[in-house]
Design a protein around this ligand. Sequence first.
Ligand code: PGA
Length: 252
Amino acid sequence: MSIAKLIVGNWKMNGRLEDSKARAAALVAASKQVKSAQYTMVVCPPATMLHPVSEVLQGSGIRMGAQDCHAEPSGAFTGDIAPEMLKELGCSYVILGHSERRQGHRETSEEVSEKAIGVHRSGMTAIICVGETDEQRTAGYAEKIVIDQIRLSLSLSVTSENTAIAYEPVWAIGTGKTATTEDIRKMHALIRAKVSDKVKNAAWMPILYGGSVKPGNAGDILRIPNVDGVLVGGASLKAEDFMGIARATMDV
Ligand code: PGA
């Protein structure tokens, strides 16, 4: 099956206005030279940078996403941002349940599922993150943890068109360690099977891998069956590296 690989950059809480705009402009310029139907590129800047970055991305084909949202469309939720507000700024994706939110903000899979309903209500695509910690893998629970996260995080509104899953082993995020090809292959096959129990045409739902993806390992990772793209943190902060990862889709 040939669907374009989804290459998502999560800028996390990095950068200031000028360097974020410059990074977006560099991506726009580079992507004009490397036009390809092999990938769809998405960048997820911090919330305060969404508007200025959207102006830079306009007309480029590079899509924009947010890193989190609230489930409700409006209300007394100080400091939160509604999916509708993100949509209005030009977002078409929202990352949900990233391990940094599950751990740092004690976000539960049930909350992720409620947020997914909000994202779908607004006509955007949810990128739902799952993944086990080092201790959980060592104890032999990696698969159980991921299955439970999928079972509880996928709302009834999930379809193969409006959702992507990102498998990100927590121990691989920002550490320079990546899971082995065999571990990724097994986990992605399991996720595909689990998703098939819940949604129609599960073969079409993108399943991304995340955790220390770089230009040097992206090709090997993207060649693994059931890997439909990558979620990239650190290496998405350099336009050249992020572009290198997108370029790797052409040899897959
Ligand atoms: P990393 O982050 O690429 O820096 O490991 C991935 C992520 O957190 O999505």
